[in-house]
Design a protein around this ligand. Structure first.
Ligand code: GLN
Length: 215
């Protein structure tokens, strides 16, 4: 393990998959839920799940304020799918939640859960190889504001973007065998994740989650 930890918001959604990916990279990764868990985090991942549910829980337990305080102190943020919805400054037709990155997002933009799909694409800033992409009842990023860079444009939407402090992806890198986005985020947090050559060679990339990790 090296450096400060990265937390994964542990309220609902895909938590252990993110933790597993970060740990494979040698990062101290942990589920966070209570106020004390957020102390000293280099970064925080807001996972995919259901943004309406996550937003309610954030408000009920006043975790929204804890995240905003951490962000102001330099904690980097990455939202995947529902997490990106929570971070967006503007939501088409709905009130925004945390509003920490200047993007406009429209929820459920591909249709129902049955319209979920996987593909791959080149994302030059993240990896020299094509990156596998998994979209699950995904939103679309319709627009990015000043100071926000589109990392991946597809058809009529933006699938990944970042500001200096916040990364957003509308797909789920934690559900693929590719560690490139997690490595990128760890570096954005000032950490030193393992290079490809330093990874455990026994890692079975077809079964990459260890669901028993979260107590
Ligand atoms: N459709 C969900 C929402 O609107 C997001 C789905 C996901 O995170 N995979 O919150």
């Amino acid at each position: 393990m090296n450096g400060k930890p990265i937390g994964v918001l542990n309220l609902q959604g895909g938590v252990c998959e993110h933790i597993d990916h970060l740990q494979r990279l040698g990062i101290d990764a942990r589920p966070v839920k209570q106020e004390k868990d957020f102390d000293g985090l280099a970064g925080l991942i807001l996972p995919g799940g259901e943004s309406t549910c996550l937003a309610r829980l954030l408000r009920i337990f006043a975790i929204d304020e804890i995240i905003i305080r951490g962000f102001r102190k330099g904690m980097k943020l990455w939202g995947t799918c529902a997490g990106a919805i929570l971070l967006a400054g503007k939501l088409t037709g709905e009130a925004p939640h945390l509003g920490l990155i200047d993007i406009e997002v429209q929820r459920n933009c591909f249709g129902s859960q049955l319209d979920s799909f996987a593909c791959e694409s080149s994302v030059p800033k993240i990896s020299p190889d094509p990156v596998p992409l998994t979209f699950i009842r995904a939103p679309k990023i319709l627009r990015v504001g000043e100071g926000v860079e589109a990392l991946l444009r597809m058809d009529d939407f933006i699938a990944a973007a970042e500001s200096p402090e916040v990364l957003v992806t509308v797909f789920h890198p934690e559900l693929t065998g590719c560690l490139a986005f997690h490595r990128y985020f760890a570096r954005k947090c000032g950490l030193h994740p393992h290079e490809e050559g330093d990874l455990d060679p026994t890692w079975d990339k077809t079964s990459w989650t260890k669901l028993s990790r979260i107590k």
